[in-house]
Ligand binder design. Sequence first.
Ligand code: ADP
Ligand code: MG
Ligand code: ZN
Length: 179
Amino acid sequence: MRNNGIIEVICGPMFSGKTEELIRRLVRAQIAKKTVNIYKHSTDNRYSEDYIVSHNKNRIKCHSVKNTDQILKLSKNIDIIGIDETQFFNESIINTCNQLANYGKRIIIAGLDRDYKAIPFGPMANLLAHADRITKLNAICMVCGNEANFSQRLTNDDSQILVGESEKYEARCRNCYES
Ligand code: ADP
Ligand code: MG
Ligand code: ZN
């Protein structure tokens, strides 16, 4: 029997439209009457526990989960699986995605490929290596208006994970990014 399983990755800096694109693909899957489950890591509690919300206020219902075991458990009878803020999961997400794809499911992953120091974020680099399809998005540089591929942190906090919005981060191009 043919296996249509696929891992799609949507990546890019903050404000590049990753969540927007994820929601777009998932809404189309719902229109196609597929069974769809959407997950985000419980670390991301910015707007709501029960919704994935994009910066332009699109939103879609989701399950907030703490680990990849929960994703496996909740995805048994599901055709299409979306995961937002995937950078917050540990490396076991790679196995989880491959396992689900091997069952013939379509997995759509969105996440930051690099952190505010511009180094690969969590499992994302590895996931990109395992992906069947990759979409890399750019934001707009808040300093000069060019295409932006960096997430500039605006505060002095130096932990890798600091959940926040435009009060804490800004999209920047290579010229305007300050490391
Ligand atoms: P991401 O998930 O990549 O952080 P979202 O999908 O949540 O991005 O938000 C994308 C939206 O953010 C855009 O459609 C736009 O309305 C808004 N936005 C705010 N700042 C920027 C920026 N610097 N560059 C591009 N879009 C921005
Ligand atoms: Mg997002
Ligand atoms: Zn710039």
